[in-house]
Design a protein around this ligand. Structure first.
Ligand code: GDP
Length: 468
């Protein structure tokens, strides 16, 4: 509870950052999701809306008018990049609004909220402050958790199997198999091989496949070009000599685990109190059954990070600390008329069911939701062959023209989308979805057009409402 948190904090203050005021509680909110899931837009919009508060009616403390102010402050971690809120907001609020640059690495932002206590305490206590430390990090990095309990040989075998089924994968496989792992390492060949493998990860990603490890190969940050990112899976070689390609790749893989993966989990992940996992479910549904099946598997793998019992490395690291609440949010719900939002939430629930059951077992409260952090569309019913189609209208990014679209329909039964990776399975969202490349709407919609987001306030209520 809050008191325990405060006590922990003050102990931390004595041993760690002395600058932190005593008895001002802190809540660390992790924001993650695969690349392009919507993390940057979510954080920017959440912070802007919490500072403005005009459109956060479902946040109880706000509807009770107890949030007196919200302001940005220097973050507590000096060596972590700051989430570039001002630049991202600038992109969204420019004269011709455009989408901000996406998340490429971990970053942090501290938003401090001054709150009037609720109920009986209101008269007895002055306002208190809650520091909300928002930590943005790529979901791809969570996939690396599975590497911690895998040897290089095991990981190689897994990845080579996956390559077989992916666009462009067989070519990369041929190339990898043509290499002699027991031959002496040649750095130029090693680099070329690693680049080919990285490219196949990008191709898989672009085709809608999600499980692309190692996570830093797609989002290298400052590690780009370093040996720890210059390796690839290889077929097992028995008795590979020292200095061979195989032994060197094995060594780099181990170094990746201890020097890259481990510090991230120790320094960032293990300190998170609340978590939102953003998922571009609509994108995967549109990409087709194989991408959807891949997303399901990848989410299951990502979510093992929230079930520490399944991973020895993480269990030791967390020592009983756990994330208290996890929200699974399908993003970009503004691509659909609200008549279909219930189905989207149902799909999100089905996608994360197993993980949610287990997280609940471990004590975390979980929920699934459909949201749009920044609503780029308005709704419109359009006559079509004697009936009406529920459409959304927005400004297209390429042409700047306004148009109404019907993205297609989602199945009523989410299981129609899951576990059926077979070719020729039914197509969903197969109508206008692929051309719906909307520009961000100016943050101010006209009255009657609804709030500039969809359920962002509900998401905030779930994640932090109990602490306000
Ligand atoms: P990140 O990689 O997780 O940081 O993803 P971003 O936040 O950069 O979002 C990726 C892209 O998804 C954006 O450039 C937008 O095109 C789109 N997007 C994100 N959020 C929304 C939203 O709420 N509505 C709409 N229509 N598009 C969104």
């Amino acid at each position: 509870g809050a008191i325990a948190d405060t006590l922990t904090r003050s102990v931390e203050n004595v041993t760690g950052t002395l600058s932190e005021t005593f008895f001002e509680p802190t809540l660390r909110l992790g924001v993650t999701g695969l690349s392009r899931a919507g993390k940057t837009v979510f954080i920017t919009s959440l912070v802007a809306n919490l500072m403005d508060r005009a459109r956060m009616a479902q946040l109880v403390a706000e509807s009770e008018q107890r949030i007196l102010s919200a302001f940005l402050q220097p973050q507590p971690d000096d060596t972590l990049p700051r989430f570039d809120y001002e630049t991202h907001l600038g992109a969204l609020t420019a004269r011709t609004p455009h989408w901000p640059d996406s998340t490429r690495a971990v970053s942090e932002l501290r938003l401090s909220l001054k709150i009037r206590p609720a109920g009986l305490l209101a008269g007895l206590q002055g306002p208190r402050t809650l520091h909300l430390d928002i930590v943005d990090y790529p979901g791809e990095w969570l996939l690396d958790l599975s590497l911690m309990d895998k040897s290089y040989a095991e990981w190689s075998q897994d990845m080579l199997e996956r390559l077989e089924l992916r666009p462009g994968g067989p070519e990369t496989l041929d190339r990898i198999r043509a290499e002699d792992g027991s031959a002496e390492l040649d750095e130029t060949r090693a680099r070329a091989l690693s680049e080919a493998y990285t490219q196949s990860l990008h191709a898989a990603r672009n085709a809608g496949f999600s499980d692309c490890s190692p996570g830093r190969f797609l989002l290298p940050g400052e590690l780009e070009g370093s040996p720890v990112l210059t390796f690839a899976p290889l077929p097992a070689v028995s008795g590979a000599p020292r200095r061979s390609l195989y032994r060197e790749f094995e060594r780099r893989y181990d170094s990746y685990k201890s020097r890259v993966v481990k510090p991230f989990f120790r320094d960032h992940f293990s300190r998170i109190d609340r978590q939102i996992v953003l998922v571009d479910a609509l994108g995967a549904i549109h990409a087709g059954p194989r991408a959807m099946e891949d997303l399901r598997r990848t989410l299951a793998e990502i979510l093992t990070a929230f079930r520490p019992g399944t991973n020895a490395f993480l269990t030791n690291l967390l020592m009983g600390k756990r994330v208290e609440k996890i929200l699974f949010a399908a993003t970009k719900a503004d691509h659909l008329h609200h008549l279909q939002h219930g189905r989207l939430t149902g799909i999100m629930e089905a996608l994360t069911r197993e993980a949610r059951d287990r997280a609940r077992f471990a004590g975390a409260e979980t929920q699934a939701m459909s949201i749009a952090a920044l609503r780029a569309t308005t709704e419109q019913m359009m006559p079509h062959q004697g009936s009406e189609l529920p459409c959304v209208r927005g400004t297209l990014m390429d042409s700047g023209k306004q148009a109404a679209f019907y993205p297609g329909e989602l199945p009523e039964d989410p299981t129609h989308l899951l576990g059926s990776a077979r070719e020729g399975a039914e197509k969903w969202l197969d109508q206008d979805y692929s051309v719906m490349n909307f520009a961000p709407a100016p943050l101010t919609l006209k009255p009657g057009e609804g709030p500039p987001h969809i359920r962002l306030d509900r998401a905030a209520q779930f994640l932090i409402g109990d602490r306000l």
